[in-house]
Design a protein around this ligand. Structure first.
Ligand code: NDP
Length: 314
């Protein structure tokens, strides 16, 4: 039995992860980063911890029995052609990550609510022009996905005084939050919300969901905050909606190609705010302990935290 760490070696991430994982699970034999096929010990590896590693490395381990992601989103891992069938995959569940995400959501929602992008543009033009300022309780924010990230964020928006709606795959009820479920309620959900925050996982059902049809269903002048995955958005449809004024602003943290190439027209778009996939970054200090605890559960045959339903994609 051994645990292997798969990570982005070019960023020296192993220097951070290996000591923390070693400390969190001193009884485990830990290999890595990225032991190759036939490397010493690879056949003993039954657990891998995947911390943003490139695809194609999982075939090095013929006796793999459990895969623990160090990220909350597992779309890239599930798309890895070397992912063996039937091996359980767990995503990271770290309350610290949810807290970070809710902070990012609140930051962006408040900035749009208080017209920060507009006043920044007016400042650049030395323009003194005050606009009416609605109260938070007069605005409804919609959160796509009420999971670990979405529910915490929705609650934080409620605390800040906003009206909040949420959309999920399966029906859910949460105090204070108006809830919608399934594709049949998607359009009516969108029609209620002046701002939409996307915190969905990327699956075959959610890819391209934020398209011209969705933007047309949102109130005129609504804004979009995408903190989920880049491929949730059909970018040409978004640019058209922004250019026509149908949407007022888009905050984009995630992109189909990351880093976003310098030639992308999004960089200079006046109605777009770009952040480099930083809404909620895994903190190895808190998550190494949680990862070790899940591996201990696996060894003890106990139910795993964050077990992914591979057929559904999250
Ligand atoms: P969870 O699995 O906890 O929650 C997913 C939520 O999305 C659930 O409420 C689920 O509904 C809903 N959902 C999934 N599929 C559909 C669908 N087809 N229609 C409607 N609702 C759907 O995930 P997390 O909250 O932990 O993470 C969500 C995503 O956030 C990650 O997958 C990742 O892509 C992104 N993320 C981005 C980060 C960043 O820095 N930008 C950092 C961390 C995560 P139900 O409740 O019915 O299951």
């Amino acid at each position: 039995m051994a645990v292997a760490l798969l990570c982005r070696v070019e960023r020296n991430e192993a220097d951070l992860w290996l000591p923390l994982l070693k400390e969190a699970m001193p009884h485990e034999r830990l290999l890595g980063p990225n032991p190759a096929d036939g490397a010493e010990g690879a056949a003993e590896v039954d657990v891998v911890v995947v911390a943003g590693a490139p695809p194609g490395l999982l075939c090095a381990f013929p006796n793999l029995a459990f895969i623990q992601s160090a990220w909350a989103g597992v779309d890239a891992l599930l798309a890895d052609p070397t992912l063996p069938d039937g091996v359980p995959v767990a995503r990271l569940i770290d309350p610290e990550l949810g807290r970070n995400m809710s902070e990012a959501v609140l930051t962006h929602v408040l900035a749009l609510h208080r017209r920060a992008p507009l006043y920044r543009q007016q400042q650049a033009a030395s323009m003194w022009r005050p606009w009416p300022q609605p109260m938070a309780h007069e605005r409804r924010v919609g959160v796509l996905g009420l999971g670990e990230m979405g529910l915490r964020s929705a609650r934080r928006l409620l605390e800040a005084g906003f009206q909040v709606s949420g959309w999920t795959r399966t029906r859910a009820e949460h105090p204070g939050i108006e809830t919608f479920a399934g594709p049949e309620e998607f359009q009516s959900f969108l029609g209620r919300c002046e701002m939409i925050v996307n915190l969905l996982p990327l699956t075959s059902e959610t890819r391209g969901l934020l398209n011209a049809r969705a933007f047309a269903a949102m109130p005129h002048g609504a804004s979009l905050i995408n903190l989920g995955r880049g491929a949730h958005i059909v970018v040409p449809d978004l640019v058209e909606a922004l250019d026509s004024g149908r949407l007022a602003h888009a905050v984009l943290d995630v992109f189909e190609q990351e880093p976003l190439p310098p030639e992308s027209s999004l960089w200079a778009h006046p109605a777009v705010t770009i952040t480099p996939h930083v809404a909620a970054i895994t903190n190895p200090r808190t998550s190494a302990k949680l990862i070790a605890a899940n591996i201990a559960r696996f060894r003890a045959g106990q139910p795993l935290e964050g077990l992914v339903e591979r057929g559904i994609g999250y």
